[in-house]
Design a binder for this molecule. Sequence first.
Ligand code: GLU
Length: 312
Amino acid sequence: MNLAQNLPPPARGYRGRFAPSPTGPLHAGSLVAALGSWLDAKKNGGQWLLRIEDLDGPRCIPGADQEIMRQLLACGLVWDEDVTWQSQRQASYLKALEVLNQAKCLYPCGCSRQTIAKTLAAKGIATPRNQELVYPGTCRPNQTTLNDLSQQGVALRLALPGDLQIEFADQALGIQHENLVSGVGDFVLRRNDGLFTYQLAVVVDDAQQGITNVVRGADLLSNTARQIHLQQLLNYPQLDYLHLPLVLDAHGEKLSKQTLAMPIQTHNAQSALQALQQAAQHLGLQNLPSRSSLSIAEWLLAATQAWKNQTA
Ligand code: GLU
């Protein structure tokens, strides 16, 4: 069955993406993000790209990227265009950093998490474990145009203006507001070990790949305001966002490799279909056919229609 024949022509050149970090195989939670982003692209007659976010080498598992691709293909979630790997795109991130440096938006910072926590504690601000700390601006007086961006051993932070309220409309969650100054503080774009951060890389890649729509898990919602601010600074178009409900485990924790989420089973068409059905249920898709004789392509077509009805 040719899915494309049954779908509308591209509406304003929709380009979506799925951007997994290869820290393990796909689990039920990451399949929801893959399926949701694929359905939204297909509903809009658009393209769906696959980008492997392997910037943080030590966290990546060798071979996980290949396994993710194999699982996606087994589920019939076929990407358009060549796959990109962030680890091969360092030059683009450096260029973006240079633009921000020329605009005097960066400063070097040698503060450890412990130093930051101490500074905050001295100001009477609690620093809960596992939570990002609002940077108190200790190294901000260093803000200037840096001569040498390759300097190792210090992080590079983005200096925010005095007050920065970002507002955007999430297609699922409605209007969102975030004050970046009080909620996040000057954030890191390159870590002290020389790695570019997710915030910078994702913004550069989305823009350079011509992405128009980001559909991803709600755990990433709190990154969106930072990404919109970077898009504005770098003169990139702002994207449309849709954050999907998270899959939680029995303890109410987000499924992840840390919570030992099980990989989805895709060794045959029937198990892949079951994994897709579970993901669709999580997305709230109604009236999907469940005949065992159904092919994955037929099921995906019905799911695209159901997504269309649900998000109309
Ligand atoms: N690589 C991120 C993750 O796996 C997703 C990034 C994004 O969709 O913006 O959580």
